[in-house]
Design a protein around this ligand. Structure first.
Ligand SMILES: [Zn+2]
Length: 327
């Protein structure tokens, strides 16, 4: 934008919740803002609105785009599972006409990997003969999921996960959590803001605390209770998947908390981690992680969730004298 050479198509990639859509919207604003400022660090030409890149956020164009009501900022996303050919045809039709008011029309395609082949081929035509004053922004998690012919015609931009400290700061501002809790969720989410917020809204700490309590009681549990726990754990498939992720991260933390406490995910549980870690031989922890990984694979292969849960729990139970002999 500073050089005033804007590619006609971008492909933004990166895990969910790291700001790809946000960046696309900001870019659309920057393209159309009437009062944009030069970016921090200045510009070669000294910073006139023409070579600036920061949208003002308050002019008419900025406000319409932010509110999602600008007629020339078009958004496309899958209806149910796929982006269909009809949607691309109607987009082609819209783009064949002049923009209403935008200097640069911007098309934001969410989940671009979910285009049916015929839709992708129609989209390819747009990329091959780009409409004037129009920027197409495709958003996907992974490059490998998008048709190579589409990828090759886009300028690629990869978004990294948000650094944990920074994400934790955002969470403290946006959600009702302590710093330690924010850092825990930031680490668990792998650096995704939307995933972190989703976990918090879904009662992630309640699930985690319950799971860790049960895990701690496992050595003393009669088999009947273990079976009941398996049933409860696997009752809701999504919750079960989440619980397995928690379990892997907990076992991993138990492995490292002694030597590398600053690297643990469950930062708010340091003392508990240390206490449990003292009871677990390292070999059993890695066997435990393998058992959970196996459960995750089985779940994806559509083995019955309840059977998976029971098998896993029995594998995690110590066989003699409170010592574990996992295989
Ligand atoms: Zn503006």
């Amino acid at each position: 934008m500073r050089r005033q050479t804007i590619p006609h198509a971008f492909l933004f990639t990166g895990i969910a919740g790291v700001g790809k859509s946000r960046a696309a919207v900001e870019f659309a604003k920057a393209c159309n803002c009437r009062k944009r400022r030069p970016s921090e660090g200045g510009t070669p030409a000294g910073g006139t609105p023409e070579n600036g890149a920061i949208p003002c956020g308050s002019c008419g164009a900025c406000r319409k785009i932010e509110a999602g009501v600008h007629p020339d900022i078009l958004r496309l996303k899958p209806t149910r599972t796929f982006i269909r050919i009809d949607s691309i045809r109607s987009l082609q039709h819209t783009l064949s006409m002049r923009p209403y008011e935008a200097r640069v029309r911007v098309v934001i395609v969410q989940e671009a990997q979910h285009m049916r082949p015929e839709a992708a081929n129609a989209f390819l035509k747009l990329l091959e003969e780009p409409p004037p004053d129009t920027v197409l922004i495709l958003i996907a998690e992974r490059v490998s999921e998008v048709m190579p012919t589409v990828v090759s015609r886009c300028r690629r931009l990869h978004f990294n996960p948000i650094p944990q400290g920074q994400l934790a700061g955002l969470l403290v501002d946006e959600a009702d959590v302590t710093t330690e809790q924010a850092r825990t969720v930031a680490a668990f989410s792998g650096g995704s803001l939307s995933r972190s917020l989703e976990l918090l809204a879904g009662g992630w700490f309640r699930l985690r605390d319950w799971l860790v309590d049960e895990f701690e009681r496992l050595p003393q549990m009669p088999v009947g209770r273990i079976m009941a726990l398996g049933e409860r754990l696997s009752a809701d498939r999504r919750r079960f998947e989440e619980a397995l992720d928690v379990l892997v991260s907990w076992l991993r933390d138990l492995m490292i908390v002694g030597d590398y406490p600053e690297g643990v995910v469950h930062r708010d549980q340091q003392s508990r981690l240390r206490r449990q870690a003292a009871l677990w031989p390292l070999a059993d922890l890695s066997a435990g992680i393998r058992a959970v990984r196996r459960a995750q694979t089985d779940l994806r292969a559509n083995v019955g969730p309840r059977l998976i849960a029971e098998t896993l729990l029995l594998q995690l139970v110590p066989r003699q004298d409170g010592r574990k002999t996992l295989g």
